[in-house]
Write a protein that binds this ligand. Structure first.
Ligand code: PEP
Ligand code: MG
Length: 479
């Protein structure tokens, strides 16, 4: 209607801003960022900027109010060394993409842009979630030393890449990595990972601006299987709801989304989404092995119903003469405490299980993992957590059910020491954790560790971190 293209984009953006600002629901207000992201990208394209070709100086740290899910992928990866956001958090979309690219990302830095000028020296510490503006020379030196130690470690881990993870007494431990985006696949080989123990399929949905269609889902799953080659991949079906909200999926407002209609609950209540995903997985894995697991199973009936959906999809494909996976394994995640008391009923129904300690512990301790006020109140290295993990391992061993641990714990050497000592031989961790955990495994004398750990589990203390660490040090385990 007579406006230039740029002015038209700007007008629509202003209309959206006004509409979103009125929304009472904070989730809806948050979604404004996605529209802003889209409008900014449109404006940049109209100005002749080609996606994927944004310029950056060497060793750049990007400072932004917020970033859209796709923005980060447009910067040259070798120059971008850190991301600081005023609004987003490490758990935000941009944070997820940054982690996949192994770029430190710190969020919730209010008013940052007013305190910095272009060219200022900044340290982005993704580990502690802090940023240091114009650091003093001593600070800089300390950080550089830390980086040097890290680089040295990384070189040591690279040497271990093709060494099998075997304890001193000859127990073989399988080290897998967690992934969720196509960019994670690049790190699979470097990390020396033996496969993907947890592929978080919802990430594709979270960084997408609309519901990924059957074809897009199939393509991604096929790429993942191709990249893994003959290494196993375990796909976890959609885990949305809770803190993972999809803007294009109208969900009912819930007072307490972490205890709400998350993951498999949504999949069973609105089966079309899950059915489509299962179809894509079966199709992508035609002629190969397919491993699928369901998140947030709280009752045996849920697993039964989900597994039945897989059977129905297989029958559908067969009727149409479609090729099916050569081997199909269906598993459950153990991340809701109720299952601990029904393993005898669950395990015979599954081909394998994987323990999601991130959720299992948040629900056991009733402490929201995304809430910094409570998420650190309990220690995973405590008698209740370790006894729960021991119980799962024992029941799985008795029934011959393959079991792995795929929470973040599995990627930390001290925690992994405890897990392996409890009998777990399959761990899936963020790719960066594979090297450090392998180093730990190679130095571990398992029978001695087992004897020491048995005494610690009887402790009445809230945390036995120091005791577990002393045990590891006494046995010269590299934690
Ligand atoms: C877990 O809960 O431990 C897990 C691996 O799944 P996510 O972190 O994606 O909830
Ligand atoms: Mg989970």
């Amino acid at each position: 209607s007579g406006l230039t293209a740029e002015a038209a984009v700007d007008r629509v953006r202003n209309e959206h801003r006004a509409r979103f600002a009125k929304a009472r629901d904070p989730y809806i207000r948050e979604r404004l960022h996605d529209f802003e992201d889209l409008a900014n990208r449109l404006l940049r394209v109209l100005a002749g900027d080609k996606p994927g070709e944004r310029e950056l100086p060497e060793d750049a740290i990007l400072v932004a109010r917020n970033l859209g899910p796709a923005d980060l992928l447009e910067y040259p990866r070798d120059r971008l060394k850190g991301v600081l956001l005023e609004e987003g958090s490490a758990a935000s979309h941009a944070g997820i993409v940054a982690r996949a690219l192994q770029i430190p990302c710190v969020g919730r830095l209010m008013g940052l842009r007013d305190r910095l000028s272009e060219g200022d020296l900044v340290i982005a510490d993704g580990e502690s979630g802090e940023a240091y503006l114009r650091p003093r020379p001593e600070m800089l030196e300390a950080v550089q030393q830390r980086i040097a130690v890290r680089e040295q470690r990384r070189a040591e881990f690279a040497l271990l890449r093709d060494v099998p993870a075997m304890t001193l007494d000859g127990t073989r431990i399988t080290l897998l990595s967690n992934a969720g985006l196509a960019v994670d696949l690049d790190t699979l080989d470097d990390a020396g990972s033996e496969g993907i123990g947890l592929f978080r399929t919802e990430f594709q949905f979270m960084v997408s601006e609309e519901l990924p269609r059957l074809e897009a889902q199939t393509q991604l799953y096929r790429r993942v299987l191709d990249a893994a080659g003959d290494r196993p991949v375990t796909f976890r079906t959609l885990d949305i709801g809770g803190d993972k909200v999809l803007p294009y999926l109208d969900a009912e407002r819930e007072e307490n989304p972490a205890l709400g209609r998350r993951a498999i609950r949504l999949g069973l209540d609105r089966p079309s989404l899950l059915r489509l995903q299962l179809r894509a997985l079966l199709h992508a894995a035609a002629g190969r092995e397919l491993r699928v697991m369901f998140p947030m199973i709280a009752m045996v009936e849920e697993f039964r119903a989900a597994r039945e959906m897989v059977d129905v999809e297989c029958a559908w494909a067969r009727r149409r003469g479609r090729a099916l996976p050569q081997l199909l394994r269906v598993g459950a995640m153990i991340e809701v405490p109720s299952l601990l008391f029904h393993l005898d009923a669950l395990l015979p129904l599954t081909d394998f299980v994987s323990v999601g300690t991130n959720d299992l512990l948040q629900y056991m301790y009733a402490a929201d993992r995304t809430n910094p006020l409570v998420s650190d109140r309990y220690d995973p290295l405590s008698p209740p957590s370790l006894r729960a993990l021991q119980e799962i391992q024992t029941r799985c061993a008795e029934t011959g059910t393959p079991v792995s641990v795929c929470g973040e714990l599995a990627g930390r050497p001290l925690e992994a020491f405890a897990l392996v000592t409890l009998g777990y031989t399959r761990l899936s961790a963020p790719a960066g954790g594979v090297g450090p955990v392998k180093r730990m495994v190679l130095s571990l004398d398992l029978p001695a560790a087992r004897r020491g750990m048995a005494n610690l589990l009887g402790s009445s203390a809230g945390s036995i971190r120091n005791e577990v660490e002393s045990l590891a040090r006494k046995l010269n385990v590299a934690v």
